[in-house]
Design a protein. Structure first.
Lengths: 358, 358
């Protein structure tokens, strides 16, 4: 296909947002969009471009004292009657409009139009953020090409509605397994009902009072929830198994290990098996490019409550923040949309930040 | 196919059991076995035979003062590496050996070999007892040909291991629906967790103390169990729905309506929707043929705890008992088998009972 990301499109981050939304890129189907993005970047003489899977990296090599990463994922959740894009007044509707093609548009616009930024910049457009972590392009690159990520600061253009969101909470998922003994319900006293045994687990969850923690002025609210419960054999059988899947979102003052200790303490006496875990990230507001970025935005940061890939940068020792024009509350929604004004504001802010030293 | 139920086979209830096991008859596949049974019964000049679907009815019309029904279902649960039959020492192994082809063999043996019993006898061999009640042959006959069931007493040859089991408990299944409000787990305080809300339901189940009720010397133990629980949307979502399926087995001194009142009382404050219900049956030991049958067995009856089709007879006002050579604990098991000695004992008992007035 002809690449819709023409020079005319690339100069306008609003038009570019809409054009990106109109390239379908549900997770595991990012080849077309990655091809288009790679093609654009390879045509820019000031960038050195590489590709790994459907992740594309391009960077300036200007010999600046500091390097920053601008990163965004190319994939979207499945289309939900919201493709292609439509425009109503000052809103662009469509799958990925908020999460996060408007963010990707800001980075791609800068990559194509800002040949000499004040920092060296690494642009990273990666695959498979919306699905299981094993496919995540940022994770894959951190293993196969860690040098692509080397930087003094990273900005992730996830939807934050124009607010700087600092750090992120960690996430710990675990399965609590209840066991019993099967019996026919007509002779229930011969069995032990594993579903009944889950009552105490749910009781502790209902009674749990999550912490609120303030770090560097950012307030993190923790949470512990059952996200799934399943048990039962047949309508006439006392069930011998029940599983409760729980998820703990923890403030970044806890390590993964401390979070697990806490979970085991809450569910003392039960069989708790970790199924997934990812560390949080401290706000990381001290790095010079972070402070300069905050100055360009001109507003106080807030705590990021969801888990995002900033934690992958934090794990590599790179301070990272979230900042994007989309509304996080609209991510994954059928009526997902982005405000055109916020795209323009975001582009102006990033330009102010990166062009300062030009 | 040639009918394997030859006169040589019919005279020996043990050989007949094995021959019946070797005619595959998983529920909804009873045509072959019903054809064979119908053929045998039509050849007996002392019987009047009729068929409805794969249910076969044959009756003597001797003008006796009282009529009894001997009933058994022709179907089995799915084969589970236990077809055809095998014999090890004094055990016949095979799908349906206990539940209930050994019982069917007793009735079919009598039908073929006892031309002038002391009561008029209605033999009923019916389809689809092991699956959803809508297919149950006894239920279908009770609607289409209620006159086939008219009798003073009914004996159901379900496996009881040679014990007379009287009455049966009722069963009531219901779904308790918990509702909440979805939210991302990172912002859990915006949601209401429906799984957590199920904790109170499980708590009441765990605390429930079932009644034990003695009626006519038969002791019924009730039971209330969660048989299934399911809830959850995704690993990062506070779930807005959870459903707990519960089953109450109730002693036959409660009606279905009283059982439901009781269930609603236990789960007061929750949304309880009935999904299935069947009445129990009182022991019914007062009818003359019942007393004479108990005398022929020579042992005290016990309470039937599972639900059986005796309740269908009870609902028609016909006292009914369970009595069969199979071991109920082996029903539906891969190693299902029946003891040859118990088949012979059962045949002798029934002969003693029915031949008394010959």
């Amino acid at each position: 296909m002809a690449n819709p990301l023409t020079p005319d499109v690339l100069v306008d981050p609003v038009v570019l947002t809409r054009t990106l939304v109109d390239i379908e890129s549900v997770s595991r189907g990012e080849k077309d969009i990655a091809d288009c993005v790679e093609d654009v970047l390879r045509q820019a003489p000031h960038l050195r471009t590489e590709r790994y899977g459907n992740t594309v990296m391009a960077r300036t090599e200007l010999g600046r004292a500091q390097r920053v990463v601008l990163a965004g994922h190319l994939d979207t959740v499945p289309i939900n009657d919201n493709f292609p894009s439509t425009v109503v007044d000052d809103l662009i509707y469509g799958c990925g409009a908020s999460d996060m093609k408007s963010g990707v548009a800001l980075a791609l616009h800068l990559a194509a139009t800002l040949p000499a930024p004040g920092y060296d910049v690494t642009y990273l457009f990666y695959e498979a953020e919306e699905i299981e972590s094993e496919f995540n392009g940022l994770r894959l690159v951190s293993q196969a090409h860690p040098e692509w990520l080397r930087a003094d600061f990273a900005l992730l253009l996830e939807p934050t509605y124009g607010v700087v969101e600092a750090g992120c909470q960690g996430t710990l998922s675990a399965r609590i397994h209840l066991r019993g003994r099967r019996a026919h319900v007509a002779r229930a006293w011969r069995g032990v009902n594993a579903i009944h045994a889950a009552g105490e687990v749910l009781h502790r969850l209902a009674d749990y009072r999550p912490r609120t923690v303030t770090i560097d002025g950012c307030t993190y609210r923790e949470g512990l929830n059952a996200v799934r419960i399943a048990g039962g054999v047949a309508g006439n059988v006392v069930p011998d198994e029940c599983a409760v899947d729980v998820n703990l979102r923890f403030a970044p003052d806890r390590s993964e290990g401390q979070a697990l200790d806490h979970l085991r303490e809450v569910f003392a006496g039960f069989d708790v098996a970790v199924t997934d875990s990812a560390p949080g990230a401290l706000p990381g507001l001290d790095a010079a490019p972070a402070r300069e970025f905050l100055a360009a935005v001109g507003a106080e940061p807030a705590a990021k409550l969801g888990w995002t890939d900033v934690a992958r940068f934090a794990a590599l020792g790179i301070p990272a923040l979230n900042y994007g024009p989309g509304d996080p509350a609209l991510a994954h929604a059928p009526d997902e949309h982005v405000e055109i004004g916020r795209i323009r504001d975001g582009a102006a802010t990033l330009h102010r930040w990166l062009a300062t030293y030009e």
